[in-house]
Design a binder for this molecule. Structure first.
Ligand code: NAD
Length: 497
C-alpha cells in the first residue's frame, strides 16, 4: 500500500502553512493580534513546527464580537430568506468538499489524526452544514396560536453574535456541529479554536469569505485559553455561548457567562462504559471496542473507557483484547499503514502515562502495559494502547484519561452491570453488547447517560440529539432539530380581538 509522508503534502497546504504568522479573521479581514504576539502549532507526529499563529488578545476578541454584531445589524445576513442564506451555506459546504484533501491534510497534520479519519471529519462538516441548512428551510418561522378573544402568534428570529470555544480533538467536525445550526438560523459567530489545533478553523473562515458569506458573519480568534478564550466567554456582547472541552474549563466558562446572563451550552468530558454480556459475538465485539479505544488515540470524549465484562467470558474476552491491541499499528498519522497516530502534545502524553502510573499505584492490575511508543524516524508524541483492570474506585476508572487506555471490571449479572455503568460522575455515552434484544433495550434505557448505544460505540447519525448530562455537560446538545431551535429566540405577538 502506498505510504503517504510529509513529502506528499499538497502545494496549497504548504503555501497556507508558510503564509504565517497565520491571522485571526475579524470582519472578513485577516488580522494580527493587538500586541503582535504569536504562538506555534506543531505536528504531533514529528514535533516539527507547522505554523506561527497570531495569539488574539482581549482587545481582538472584543473587536471580533463587535464585528459579529455589526454583521448581524448591517450585512443583511439575518434578514436573508432561509433559502438565500442556504445558497451561501451550500456554497461553503461545496467549497469545503472541493478542498477536502487540503483540509484533511491540514487537520491530520495539526491534530495528529490518521489521515483517513481527518478526511471523514471534513466530510462530516460538509454533511452537517447541508443537513442544518436544508432543515432551516422547512421550519415555520411564524406560528399562529389558537387562543380565546385574541389574535396571537410566535415568531422565530436569530439571536445575534454567538460564541464558540472548541477543543483540539475534532476541530473541523465540531465546527460543523456548532456553526451549521447557528448560521443556518441567521446568527453570526465568533470562534476560539484550541491553541493546539487552530489551522483548519482559520482556513474555513477564509473559505467562507471566498464563497461570499458576508464579512463579519464568521469571525475566528485563535489564541490561548486565557486570555482569548476567557475574553470570549466573559464578553457581554454575546447572545449565546457554546463550549466544548474539559469540565474544569467548562465550569469557568459557565461562571463567566452566568455573570452576563448569557446562556451557555457545555459539551464536556466523559468516562463511558461498555457493558458486555456473555452472549455476544466475541471476536466482533473485541474488534469494535479495540477500534473505539484506538480511534484518534482514545482522545474522544464519548469513548468506551470502562469495559464491564460479564464474568463467564471475562478471561477469554481480556486475552482476546490483549492479543488484538498488540497488533494495532502505531505510526505517523500521514502514513496509510498507521492505525493509531500520536496524541496531540507532550502534555497529553504525560497525562496518559501519569494515569497508568497512578492507576497502578492505587492497585489496578496492568493487563497490557502501554507506555510511550517509538515510531521509526519520527520524534512524535506516541503511546501504545493499554489495559488496566480492577475496582472502579481506582483513579484510572474514575477520571477521564483521554488516551488509548481501557479499564476492565467483571460483573456478575445484569443488575450489577447497570450499577457499575452508572458508578461515575459523568453522563455522556455508554454501550451495551448482547445478542438478547430485550436485555439490550433494558440496559440501554437504565444507564444514566445522555447517549446509549447498542452493539456499537460512537454513533452520531444526523438527527439524533447528542448531549451530555451530569459532569458531561448541560444546555441542550447538538445535531438535532432542537439544536436549530436553540439558535432562534421565540417572540410572541398578541392583539385583542
Ligand atoms: P480544554 O477544556 O482544556 O480546552 C477547550 C478549549 O477551552 C480550548 O479552546 C482552550 O483554549 C479553551 N480554554 C482554556 N482555558 C480557558 C478559559 N479559562 N476560558 C475560556 N476558554 C478556555 O479541553 P481540551 O483539552 O482542549 O479538550 C479535551 C476535553 O474536551 C475533554 O475533556 C473532552 O472530553 C472534551 N470534549 C467534549 C466533547 C463533547 O461533545 N462532549 C467533544 C470533544 C471534546
Amino acid at each position: 500500500m502506498a505510504k503517504m509522508t510529509r513529502n506528499d503534502v499538497l502545494p496549497e497546504v504548504v503555501e497556507y502553512l508558510a503564509g504565517g504568522p497565520l491571522p485571526g479573521v475579524i470582519g472578513g479581514q485577516k488580522v494580527a493580534s493587538a500586541n503582535q504576539e504569536t504562538f506555534t502549532t506543531c505536528d504531533p507526529g514529528s514535533r516539527e513546527t507547522l505554523a506561527e499563529v497570531y495569539a488574539m488578545q482581549p482587545a481582538d476578541v472584543d473587536r471580533a464580537v463587535q464585528a459579529a454584531q455589526q454583521a448581524f445589524d448591517k450585512s443583511g445576513w439575518p434578514q436573508l430568506s432561509p433559502n438565500d442564506r442556504g445558497v451561501l451555506l451550500h456554497r461553503l459546504a461545496d467549497a469545503v468538499e472541493q478542498r477536502k484533501k487540503s483540509l484533511a491534510q491540514i487537520e491530520a497534520l495539526d491534530c495528529g489524526k490518521v489521515y483517513a479519519q481527518a478526511e471523514a471529519d471534513v466530510q462530516n462538516f460538509v454533511d452537517t452544514t447541508r443537513y442544518f441548512t436544508d432543515m432551516a428551510l422547512h421550519i415555520q418561522h411564524r406560528s399562529a396560536l389558537a387562543v380565546a378573544r385574541h389574535e396571537a402568534w410566535t415568531v422565530r428570529a436569530p439571536w445575534g453574535p454567538c460564541g464558540f470555544i472548541f477543543p483540539w480533538n475534532f476541530p473541523i467536525l465540531l465546527a460543523g456541529w456548532g456553526l451549521a445550526p447557528a448560521l443556518a438560523a441567521g446568527n453570526t459567530v465568533v470562534i476560539k479554536p484550541a491553541e493546539d489545533t487552530p489551522l483548519s478553523t482559520i482556513y474555513l473562515a477564509l473559505l467562507a469569505k471566498e464563497v461570499g458569506i458576508p464579512d463579519g458573519v464568521i469571525n475566528v480568534v485563535p489564541g490561548l485559553g486565557d486570555p482569548a478564550g476567557a475574553a470570549l466567554a466573559g464578553h457581554p456582547g454575546l447572545k449565546r455561548m457554546s463550549f466544548t472541552g474539559s469540565p474544569e474549563v467548562g465550569r469557568l466558562v459557565g461562571e463567566a457567562c452566568g455573570r452576563n446572563l448569557v446562556p451557555a451550552k457545555l459539551e464536556l468530558g466523559g468516562k463511558g462504559a461498555a457493558v458486555v454480556f456473555d452472549d455476544v459475538d466475541l471476536p466482533q465485539t473485541v474488534e469494535k471496542l479495540v477500534q473505539a479505544i484506538t480511534f484518534h488515540c482514545g482522545q474522544v470524549c464519548c469513548d468506551a473507557t470502562r469495559w464491564l465484562i460479564h464474568k463467564p467470558i471475562y478471561d477469554q474476552f481480556v486475552s482476546a483484547c490483549v492479543e488484538r491491541l498488540q497488533k494495532v499499528v502505531v505510526g505517523y498519522q500521514m502514513d496509510r499503514r498507521t492505525q493509531m497516530g500520536p496524541v496531540v502534545s507532550e502534555k497529553q502524553r504525560q497525562r496518559v502515562l501519569g494515569y497508568l502510573k497512578r492507576g497502578q499505584e492505587e492497585g489496578a492490575e496492568l493487563v497490557l502495559p502501554g507506555g510511550a511508543a517509538e515510531v521509526d524516524g519520527r520524534d512524535g508524541f506516541y503511546v501504545k494502547p493499554a489495559l488496566l483492570a480492577g475496582s472502579l474506585d481506582n483513579v484510572a476508572a474514575r477520571e477521564e484519561i483521554f488516551g488509548p487506555v481501557a479499564y476492565l471490571t467483571p460483573f456478575a449479572d445484569e443488575a450489577e452491570g447497570i450499577r457499575l455503568a452508572n458508578q461515575t460522575d459523568y453522563g455522556l455515552a455508554n454501550s451495551v453488547w448482547s445478542s438478547d434484544w430485550d436485555r439490550c433495550y433494558r440496559v440501554a434505557e437504565a444507564m444514566v447517560a445522555a447517549n446509549n448505544w447498542i452493539n456499537a460505540h460512537n454513533l452520531f447519525p444526523l438527527g439524533v440529539p447528542y448531549a451530555g448530562m451530569n459532569k458531561s455537560g448541560l444546555g441542550g446538545g447538538v445535531l438535532s432539530v432542537h439544536t436549530l431551535f436553540d439558535y432562534w429566540r421565540s417572540t410572541s405577538v398578541v392583539r385583542p380581538l
